[in-house]
Design a protein around this ligand. Structure first.
Ligand code: OSB
Ligand code: MG
Length: 376
């Protein structure tokens, strides 16, 4: 496989509803869309970097710079036997996993399209529907939270995750449990606490949560291990798991009992598969995280979620919770039983509405492979 052309677009899409986490609120989603062309096929990858370096150190601007100036020259015009080799080929570039992943995932889409097979098959997936959960951001009030939970349960979602932060935690969970009973429920703190909050976090134990996601700092494994010894509730790591090596250390230290996989965070699909396999070997269940992706990135996530150790519902909800209209048609939908069908057409298997992509584009860049100079 040879990639002849790489296109970057910075897009801005309005969110149906603001999304608030412990690190802030956003009203619009700004993200980079990578397009690769080669051997007559086209692949797409959505970059999960955000405008601000709050979830991770990467931003749209750093990702643009890294892809344009460092990744593109290493992938354009080069013969790539299989997209699983790309991450290793980018080893000289330290970090910047979201930038690398956007290109790597586009290369998988291109590869699967060239072979005429759905991405799930190329990745080694084993199911044709995936279980869907929702992530509910921090709300203005508890009644508003109750309303949101009620709506999502009615839509059939298989688990509810609520974002927490100091000042919006025990009372919010208490309200949800009191009103909705023994629903599959979890919380995500996005690194908002420290070990000094251990007693407070232990109050959550009485609610029998599926897990507490990333309670402590984004790079802290040792404190998570200490906290896990104090808590009955399983800890799930998200932000902390930036590499397979860190995952190995976290598992060995007992810092988590569950891991959330986001390909953008670990550098793409090949690294996600390695992480998935490592977790399976240690009996650590995994689930697919979300980064408020458009339908393009969301479809890619659906395909990865078909691997066998994705045994917990992922943050892969219907398009319409976020974007109306989405960039794809038909949008991603959730059935009444809380599952999403895996697209069966080649690659990510969704139809992109190029007119909507064009309308959402703030900036565009095109890079082509340099033809080899012929010397005589
Ligand atoms: O921590 O999982 C997170 C969104 C942006 C950044 C971080 C996170 C999230 C979500 C949204 O929880 C999940 C989704 O896309 O539905
Ligand atoms: Mg999270």
């Amino acid at each position: 496989m040879r990639i002849e052309r790489l296109e970057l677009r910075l897009l801005k899409l309005p969110l149906v509803h603001f999304f608030e986490t412990s690190f802030g609120r956003i009203d619009d989603k700004h993200f980079i869309l990578v397009r690769l062309d080669g051997d007559g096929a086209t692949g797409y990858g959505e970059c999960v970097a955000e405008q601000d370096p709050y979830y991770s150190s990467e931003t749209n601007e750093t990702a643009w710079h890294i892809i344009a100036d460092f990744v593109a020259p290493r992938v354009l015009g080069v013969e790539v036997a299989h997209p699983r080799d790309l991450f290793a080929a980018l080893k000289a570039i330290r970090g910047h996993n979201m930038a690398k992943a956007a290109v790597e995932m586009a290369a998988w889409d291109l590869f699967a399209k060239q072979r005429g097979e759905p991405l799930s098959r190329a990745l080694g997936g084993v199911r044709d529907r995936i279980a869907s959960g929702v992530s509910i951001g921090i709300q203005r009030s508890l009644p508003e939270l109750a309303e949101k939970v009620e709506r999502e349960l009615a839509a059939g979602y298989r688990r509810i995750k609520i974002k927490i932060k100091p000042g919006w935690d025990v009372a919010a969970v208490d309200m949800v449990r009191t009103r909705f009973g023994a629903i599959p429920l979890m919380v995500d703190a996005n690194a908002a606490y420290t070990l000094a909050d251990a007693d407070h976090l232990a109050e959550l134990d009485r609610f029998d949560l599926m897990m507490i996601e990333q309670p402590l700092d984004y790079d802290d494994i040792a404190d998570h291990a200490t906290l896990q010894r104090r808590l009955k509730t399983p800890i799930c790591l998200d932000e902390s798991i930036k590499t397979i090596g860190i995952a190995r250390d976290a598992i060995a230290a007992g810092a988590c009992r569950i891991i959330n996989i986001k390909p953008g965070r670990v550098g793409g699909f090949a690294e996600s598969i390695r992480l998935h396999d490592l977790c399976a070997a240690h009996a650590i269940p995994v689930w697919h995280g979300g980064m408020l992706e458009s339908g393009i990135g969301r479809a890619a996530n659906v395909h990865l979620s078909t691997l066998p150790n994705f045994t917990l519902p992922g943050d892969i909800a219907a398009s319409k919770r976020y974007f109306d209209p989405d960039l794809i048609e038909p949008p991603i939908e959730v059935a009444a039983d809380g599952t999403v069908a895996v697209p069966t057409a080649p690659g990510i298997g969704v139809t992109i509405r190029h007119d909507r992509v064009e309308a959402a584009t703030l900036r565009k860049l095109e890079v082509r492979s340099q033809k080899l100079e012929v010397r005589s």
